[in-house]
Design a protein around this ligand. Structure first.
Ligand code: SF4
Length: 441
């Protein structure tokens, strides 16, 4: 487990009343740097925790804080049996102007992401596939400066019950083969003490042709060795060069540690992948990219690599979040991002303009191809336009590429076998209407 010193540890009464859940939390608390008392709370005390104990105070981009501490730890259970009551509680808090999140109410175990379907506000701006996403945690220990998921780490611990519901969801959606866990957390940090992630991995190990995807920047994989995973958990490392990993993602594994962790996982039989995401162009980005790719291929055998520049915000927001390290950035690219201010047609791909991102992707692709001529390389969360530009070089299109965490991206696949939008089927069994991409592919 990570070394950590949280300012407080809270556990909902439903956690402490269950011997197995309580044992996991107690094991974890024993391993903290300094002893902490577990503060048990009830639903009625949640408003007090949010207001007086300021649970959500530091949920802001960590680069904007003068000091970043380990997050408060909070353990909770999903309320599968009394979801209506949990929703009513949430409404009451919202009506009283109290900011609350689904995980604090015991909600949102699984959520439908309607990417590129009607109702997706970003539909015209990025390629991504509609799918179910699954959650056990919200919050993170890694302190990436650009990220706002510090301050509070909520972990849901009723994994036994969770797996029963997840199985029902999977049976309703046979078209979805892979399930990305926690796109708003980095789950290995509390393991193996907490004992939740291993239980989920072993549940997937009992399934046929269904895969769990863990997306992480961790160094912590030694404990995964002896689990009965059956090759059904894919671990995707978000990989960055030495400067970015050390200075901008300070509590995550370094470049070398992430690759070593991937090596350990591969040795233990887990399929592994890399995402260079987000790529922050630091001064020596070309050399660091080449060296990182060299190291990754010298130690491991990923089946897919995805690449994605730092995006999703304008240049001023990026400068605010990266203020303490802004001098590390490539000055020419920073200038181009500034010149791009207010001009980007696509709000999602800001702050770096298309020509900067094209140069970065071309470099990564050519460095990867020096090591492997056929591994699928995809653009992650990019625009339709960028995909049109790179389709020939990639040998895949926006509608058939294989990526790190797409719902059909099973291990070893070279290209999707069916259209990712038309294969998705709604809960009620109705086919989701085919979506015409906004660009010709
Ligand atoms: S690893 Fe991911 S979730 Fe954790 S702080 Fe970094 S960006 Fe945020």
């Amino acid at each position: 487990m990570y070394k950590m010193n949280p300012p407080a540890v809270f556990a909902h009464e439903s956690v402490m009343k269950n011997r197995k859940y309580r044992a996991g939390v107690e094991r974890l608390v024993k391993a903290l740097v300094e002893p902490r008392q577990i503060e048990t709370y009830t639903d009625d005390q949640l408003p007090m925790l949010i207001k007086e104990r300021q649970l959500l105070k530091n949920r802001v981009p960590m680069g904007t804080l003068s000091e970043v501490k380990d997050p408060i730890l909070l353990f909770n259970t999903f309320r599968f049996k009394d979801e209506a009551a949990a929703r009513a509680r949430g409404k009451k808090l919202k009506d009283a102007d109290i900011d609350v999140r689904g995980e604090l109410l015991g909600l949102n175990a699984f959520n439908w992401s309607n990417y590129n379907l009607d109702g997706d506000p970003d539909r015209m701006h990025k390629v991504c596939r509609p799918c179910w996403r699954i959650h056990l945690q919200a919050g993170c220990l890694h302190r990436c400066m650009y990220c706002g998921l510090g301050g509070l780490l909520v972990s849901m611990v009723n994994v036994d019950e969770y797996c029963l519901h997840l199985k029902k969801l999977m049976d309703l959606h046979p078209w979805q083969k892979t399930y990305l866990l926690d796109d708003d957390a980095d789950p290995p940090g509390l393991e193996p003490e907490l004992g939740c992630l291993g239980e989920l991995i072993e549940f997937f190990g009992t399934l046929k042709d269904r895969y769990l995807i863990i997306h992480t920047k961790t160094w912590n994989t030694d404990w995964l060795r002896n689990l009965k995973h059956n090759g059904n958990t894919i671990i995707v490392w978000s990989l960055s060069g030495p400067t970015q990993s050390r200075k901008i993602e300070p509590n995550a594994g370094t470049t070398e540690e992430r690759i070593e962790a991937a090596h350990i996982a591969e040795e233990a039989g887990y399929p592994i992948r890399y995402k260079f995401k987000p790529i922050i162009p630091v001064r020596n980005w070309r050399r660091e990219a080449a060296e990182t790719i060299d190291l990754a291929f010298s130690k491991t055998h990923p089946d897919v690599i995805s690449i994605c520049c730092f995006m999703w915000m304008n240049v001023d927001e990026m400068k605010k979040r990266l203020a303490p390290v802004i001098d590390l950035l490539d000055p020419e690219f920073l200038k181009k991002a500034e010149e791009n201010r207010g001009k980007a047609e696509n709000p999602k791909t800001q702050p770096f303009p298309d020509d900067v991102r094209t140069e970065i992707y071309s470099h990564y692709l050519s460095e990867i191809r020096k090591h492997d001529k056929s591994i699928p390389v995809s653009l992650s969360t990019e625009s339709w336009q960028m995909w049109t530009q790179f389709a020939k070089k990639m040998g895949m299109t926006a509608t058939d590429y294989v990526c790190g965490c797409g719902p059909q991206a099973v291990p070893g696949l070279k290209k999707l076998e069916c259209h990712p939008f038309t294969t998705a089927v709604r809960n009620d069994g109705g086919q989701i209407p085919c979506v015409t991409p906004p660009y010709k592919l």
